[in-house]
Design a protein around this ligand. Structure first.
Ligand SMILES: Nc1nc2c(ncn2[C@@H]2O[C@H](COP(=O)(O)OP(=O)(O)OP(=O)(O)O)[C@@H](O)[C@H]2O)c(=O)[nH]1
Ligand SMILES: [Mg+2]
Length: 403
């Protein structure tokens, strides 16, 4: 492991095999419970009867999965802050950073300053090996935060030091604790140049440690909202990340909203490969245009032909006709694999009167960005980047103060 201030390669956690073994064991033992929530058997509850409106949920202990959203680094923290402000039912929000000023500026259920002795609360200065070191030092605290979550979302802006170094470590701890892990990661602007090296290393590490990696490319903001001030453009991305997390979480934790359950979501998200998000909004009267616009606007440059899974959230005003919803789903999934696992849900809200809005999480897409991440991104590449070599002492803390 690189020491603080060292330019030796960032090799990631030293006890990788131990973690993998533990993760596998934990997963296997959970699988033995023979059900998505460990509810179907082994509990002497093969049959249950209730009268009238009595609920069946009390037969199964904690029937709702425990959901945790953990934002790592400045950008990851910002999207959790936004989510927290939006309000989310049934999930705990946590942010982790090495930057005290940034942590002070955002809101979450729990905020964790890590590596205080290493960074003196001033951030990791764009060096993932320092973020990683801080995560290792604070491992027990991170493990406490993860607890026994069934589903863990990790949000991170790849490219900097803290998020890129910490997120894979958190993912590993969460998997080892038996949680399903979904990472939502942004990749840097092309203009950030050397940060892409960090991001590539981060993609590779996250990919190996999460059940589903949902990637969003900040460069897409240049097409979507080129004229917005930078902070507001970031806010668009953070908002979308918040919507994805909230959409998936509440479709599980608020069962009446969208007819999905944890096992549906898990099956789709675990179906492998890279995932990304498509987003579109249009008049209810023109579903074809909605489909075209949405498919033209992925948040990562991808080829979605043959994609193997999709979660589709449609928001619409009351009175949305089934045929219209069906047309939208059919259009959105036409190029996917014929056996793709597709689930859609409709949320009806008066505020969408006459408007259709879709958010699609598509899995198993092909991304040139991800394919370019070689099996082993040369760690030397990471440290040969000028920004990575910068001395942490010389770099003023980079803060992402809230707008
Ligand atoms: N979506 C989004 N992306 C951001 C935001 N701020 C920065 N980014 C992107 O995220 C990348 C990582 O930046 P930060 O999150 O600030 O870095 P960090 O993880 O805190 O790492 P250090 O500051 O080096 O400790 C940047 O290179 C940007 O591409 C934000 O507010 N929202
Ligand atoms: Mg930072």
């Amino acid at each position: 492991m690189s020491g603080v201030g060292s330019t030796r390669p960032w090799k990631g956690p030293s006890d990788r095999s131990t973690w993998r073994e533990r993760a596998t064991l934990t997963r296997a033992s959970r699988a033995d419970l023979a059900g998505p929530l460990g509810m179907e058997s082994g509990m002497g509850l093969e049959t249950a009867q209730r009268t009238g409106n009595q609920s069946f949920l009390d037969s199964f202990g904690p029937a709702r999965p425990k959901v945790l959203v953990i934002g790592c680094g400045g950008a990851g923290g910002n999207s959790v802050h936004r989510l927290h402000r939006m309000g989310i039912h049934g999930a705990r929000t946590v942010v982790v950073n090495t930057d005290a000023v940034h942590l002070d500026s955002i809101q979450a259920d729990r905020k964790l300053l890590i590596g205080g002795g290493v960074t003196r609360g001033m951030g990791a200065g764009g060096r993932p090996e320092i973020g990683e070191r801080c995560a290792e030092i604070s491992e027990q605290e991170l493990r406490n935060q993860i607890g026994d979550a069934d589903l863990t979302f990790i949000t991170v802006g790849l490219g900097g030091g803290t998020g890129t170094g910490v997120a894979p470590h958190v993912a590993e701890l969460a998997q080892a604790a038996g949680s399903v892990v979904i990472s939502l990661a942004t990749t840097p602007f092309r203009a950030e140049r050397g940060r892409m090296m960090n991001a590539r290393a981060g993609i590779q590490r996250l990919r190996d440690r999460t059940d589903s990696l949902i990637l969003l490319d900040n460069n897409r903001l240049l097409d979507l909202v080129p004229n917005l001030p930078v902070e507001q453009a970031f806010a668009v991305m953070d908002h979308l990340i918040g919507e994805v997390v909230k959409g998936i979480t509440e479709s599980i934790t608020v069962p009446s909203l969208i007819n999905l359950d944890f096992s549906d979501v898990r099956t789709i998200l675990q179906s492998g490969g890279t995932s990304t998000v498509f987003y579109g909004e249009n008049a209810e009267s023109d579903p074809d245009r909605l489909v075209r616009d949405t498919l033209d606007n992925p948040l990562l440059e991808v080829d979605y032909r043959g994609a193997n899974g999709a979660l589709i959230h449609i928001s619409a005003g009351p009175g949305l006709r089934l045929r219209t919803a069906h047309e939208v789903v059919e259009g959105l999934t036409a190029a996917m694999h014929p056996d793709a696992n597709v689930i859609f849900g409709v949320r009806v809200d008066r505020k969408y009167n006459g408007i259709l809005r879709v958010l699609v999480i598509m899995t198993g897409v092909r991304s040139p960005l991800v394919e370019a991440v070689r099996e082993s991104v040369s760690i030397a590449d990471v440290v040969s980047d000028g920004s990575a070599r910068r001395s942490i002492e010389n770099e003023p803390p980079r803060t992402n103060r809230r707008r």
